[in-house]
Design a protein around this ligand. Sequence first.
Ligand SMILES: NC(=O)c1ccc[n+]([C@@H]2O[C@H](COP(=O)([O-])OP(=O)(O)OC[C@H]3O[C@@H](n4cnc5c(N)ncnc54)[C@H](O)[C@@H]3O)[C@@H](O)[C@H]2O)c1
Ligand SMILES: [Zn+2]
Ligand SMILES: [Zn+2]
Length: 361
Amino acid sequence: MKEQLNTRGVVFDGPGRPARIEELVLDPPQRDEVQVRMAAAGVCHSDLHVVDGEWERPAGVVLGHEGSAWVESVGEGVEDLAPGDLVVLAWTAPCSRCNACERQQPWLCATPDGSGHRLAPELVRLRRPSGEPIGVYSGIGTFGEHQVVARSAAIKVDPRTPPEIAALIGCAVTTGIGAVRNTAGVRAGESVVVIGLGGVGLSAIMGAAAAGANPITAIDTSSAKLELARQAGAHRTLLADEADQATGADHVLECIGLVQTVELAIELTRPGGAITLVGMTPQGQRASFDVYRLVEEGKQIRGSNYGSAVPARDFPMIATEYLEGRLPLDLLITERIGLDQVDDAFEAMRRGDGARRVIVY
Ligand SMILES: NC(=O)c1ccc[n+]([C@@H]2O[C@H](COP(=O)([O-])OP(=O)(O)OC[C@H]3O[C@@H](n4cnc5c(N)ncnc54)[C@H](O)[C@@H]3O)[C@@H](O)[C@H]2O)c1
Ligand SMILES: [Zn+2]
Ligand SMILES: [Zn+2]
């Protein structure tokens, strides 16, 4: 008999309010759903955008969208996952029926399973003890000790993958590496500039190094980040006020989400080169560029959502590359923290301090 489970999670209660741990109740998984026990969860700037009110999301949502977990039980119809499996959780669970899914672009899925943050009443599995429904950020809410997620959001990886590393594959790593490989299509010998060296930007550096890009230039305001970038494979590092030295790159990736550095990325790209925008600004912001010059110089600007990745293909592949020693993902982990330290992690991220803080359950 599957029963309700008492659990806990960090709940967003509106911008400007501290995210607090709450006692919650979880219903068992239904058809095509999976109940998981969280193993580890990374704190990503896309959580902070919500907490800081830069992205509008409903209050009463368990935060976190980067995580790994163990399968606890499966609903009807789930045959390829079993209790005990280590899974990386994907923040889009593609429906596999819409036009984008049919084009093999699951990151653009129009009707993803379970990612409405606030699900329809018949889809809510998580509640406050009072019975009030609680939302689940991106359908996975990895700052919760347990969740019920869509079957297509739980991707099995090699069980030897350390849970903290597996967690980061769920967002930062796949976003950064995928932006280089899938969106930009960087090839060996091309020059790459990465602006912003958080979990996403450092992963982009690793992706560029694995692709044989040369030279790879890393830019940030923090010299500690520049040191990490060198370990990740950057050949040259620049503080933000020296960025003009990086002019003329084949590819520039913006991994912060600031209008100023989006415009800088366009300037630093050579004629005929490509700008890949990964960082996301507060909603509604606009950047500008000289249209005449952009057209004359034949530059291309692309947005990269989730590294244009197919989670079911890319997550296991990246985990294998890590296990074979081909991606130094360990250097992304600045600190292992408990669920009660999420607010401190947000504060550190506001200061640009550290790559990733990872909750270990
Ligand atoms: N496109 C996607 O699918 C996707 C997925 C995940 C995250 N994101 C976005 O990517 C961005 C980065 O996420 P993160 O978790 O790595 O963030 P982060 O806060 O850890 O990293 C940002 C980095 O930018 C640096 N920085 C800040 N201002 C700068 C400036 N003016 N010049 C140079 N460097 C500067 C900081 O020092 C820090 O190292 C966020 O906007 C996040 O929302 C997008
Ligand atoms: Zn993220
Ligand atoms: Zn779809």
